[in-house]
Design a protein around this ligand. Structure first.
Ligand code: AMP
Ligand code: MG
Length: 338
């Protein structure tokens, strides 16, 4: 009991909901293969959080790649090439395909056969044999999918994976549900991906910790209001082979191997969690130079790049909102300007 009381007190401090205790609600649960915690403030908080969790579970039941009842599973394991798809799939896959095009294929929602060969959606992971990699790579290629008016054209043998965009989409949708309930102050953490609704009840921004990709704890703190903060990092899922080499879960679609370019994590900040999630994965694959060029050319989002040597770059929109923690590195973040 004491421990719980202690934890509750800690939560109150961290989440910063002020006012009456009954107006702050917290909901924690396991979904989409990760631990989620949502905190909302105000009289509509409890009802809003309940609906937000239901929406996340609905998205999970449609987009899960392993649940035999999901829409993604039906697409991947069904016969036929022209398949009717629902709204959530249309929205997430449509965005993933658009980003695939804009990023020169750095994001590829058809990579599932390769992801599976590495074992990243299973309990056991391994470096695939060359032959397996060749065979699975031959069944990928986002250009071969066509999605229009609720119908997906998917050549036989191809399989989709929305793992790179699903959680950002879920965060966006949960935020929408909360706002529709009249909630103006909430902070959602979906396995480290953040969706901030409004600001803290006292009007000051939410404070979000950006994980250190190569150590315990945080590399820096970010102030946000009404924004998604989505991170892709090599530390999130990986295994170590017999020789001690580490292999992580973000694959370069050009090679079928984990992207190795000196970046350790990419955090994307913007108004649309779905776009942020797709971008974080794509920019991680692209590496620092291409990611910076992409930001300069497209804009519409901000980012934090953390590379080897703890070198941190932030785009100019975050310059005043991001603080490097001195225990992580003594160097200031480099500010990327247009
Ligand atoms: P994220 O954590 O959002 O960067 O997404 C990583 C997940 O997306 C992986 O666990 C895979 O399921 C899948 N994935 C890995 N590499 C790619 C890629 N290049 N394009 C699309 N999905 C990918
Ligand atoms: Mg992503």
């Amino acid at each position: 009991m004491k421990l719980w009381a202690g934890l509750l007190a800690l939560c109150l401090v961290l989440t910063g909901c002020s006012g009456h205790a009954e107006e702050k609600q917290r909901r924690s649960f396991f979904a989409m293969d990760t631990y989620m915690t949502m905190t909302a403030c105000g009289p509509e908080a409890e009802a809003g959080l309940k609906s937000a969790e239901a929406r996340i579970r609905q998205i999970e039941s449609e987009l899960s790649v392993t649940d035999p009842g999901s829409e993604v599973y039906r697409v991947n394991h069904g016969s036929g090439t022209d398949i009717p798809v629902g709204k959530d799939m249309e929205e997430t896959l449509g965005t993933a395909l658009a980003l695939a095009e804009e990023t020169g294929g750095a994001l590829d929602p058809t990579l599932y056969p390769v992801v599976e060969a590495w074992g990243f959606t299973r309990e056991r992971q391994q470096v695939p044999a060359d032959e397996t990699l060749r065979e699975t790579m031959a069944r990928t290629g986002w250009e071969r999918l066509r999605l229009s008016e609720g119908t997906l054209h998917r050549p036989e043998g191809m399989e989709i994976d929305l793992g790179a965009v699903g959680k950002g989409y879920a965060g966006r949708e949960a935020g929408r549900v909360l706002r529709a309930h009249g909630v103006t102050s909430a902070i959602l953490s979906l396995g480290g991906n953040i969706e901030a609704v409004g600001a803290r009840p006292d009007g000051t921004p939410w404070r979000v910790g950006i994980r250190a990709p190569d150590a315990e704890g945080h590399a820096g703190m970010l102030s946000v209001r009404d924004a998604a903060v989505v991170t892709s990092g090599s530390y999130e899922r990986y295994f170590t082979d017999d020789s001690g080499k580490r292999w992580h879960h973000i694959l370069d679609p050009a090679s079928g191997y984990p992207a190795e370019n000196g970046l350790l994590s990419v955090t994307v900040v913007g108004p649309d969690g779905l776009l942020c999630d797709g971008l974080s994965t794509a920019l991680f694959v692209m590496g620092r130079d291409k990611a910076e060029a992409f930001w300069r050319a497209h804009g519409g989002f901000e980012m934090i790049l953390i590379g080897e040597g703890r070198h941190i770059t932030v785009t100019e929109g975050l310059a005043e909102r991001f603080t490097v923690l001195p225990e992580y590195t003594a160097e200031k973040a480099e500010v990327l300007r247009r």
